[in-house]
Design a protein around this ligand. Structure first.
Ligand SMILES: [Zn+2]
Length: 126
């Protein structure tokens, strides 16, 4: 259940709408802009002003996961040289940076909030 919110940046409590003001993470000026509250269940996303600073720690982990994936694909599957594999890692990290940053935030907020069936169904009926 949490996976849906993490992958799509949906409200962690009701999954009814995106937390982000602009859905496309590659609109770089808006990559990290999130709404104040969910218009469906009224959840306040930013529980405290510095809430999302903690997601930086998550982004290290997510970044490493992307780097390992890039390495496995280029070095082990395409049998590239280590230099090419390294370039692939850098390009992957740069290219996916907006996604990595959003994923980290999504994971972070989902550590603190959980899907609430009642909120979701309440929202769906109205
Ligand atoms: Zn919601």
């Amino acid at each position: 259940m949490k996976l849906y919110s993490i992958l799509f940046g949906a409200c962690p409590k009701c999954h009814q709408e995106s937390m982000y003001t602009v859905k496309n993470p590659y609109v770089l000026s808006d990559t990290l802009k999130i709404n104040e509250r969910c218009s469906h269940c009224n959840t306040k996303y930013r529980m405290e002003p510095s809430f999302f600073y903690g997601s930086m720690y998550v982004s290290y982990g997510v970044g490493i996961a992307f780097a390992v994936t890039a390495f496995v694909i280029s070095y082990l599957i395409f049998e590239s040289s280590l230099t090419i594999a390294f370039i692939a890692i850098v390009l992957t990290l740069v290219g996916f940076m907006p996604i990595i940053m959003r994923l980290s935030r999504n994971i972070w907020i989902n550590l603190f909030m959980s899907f609430d069936k009642e909120l979701a169904s309440k929202g769906a009926k109205t």
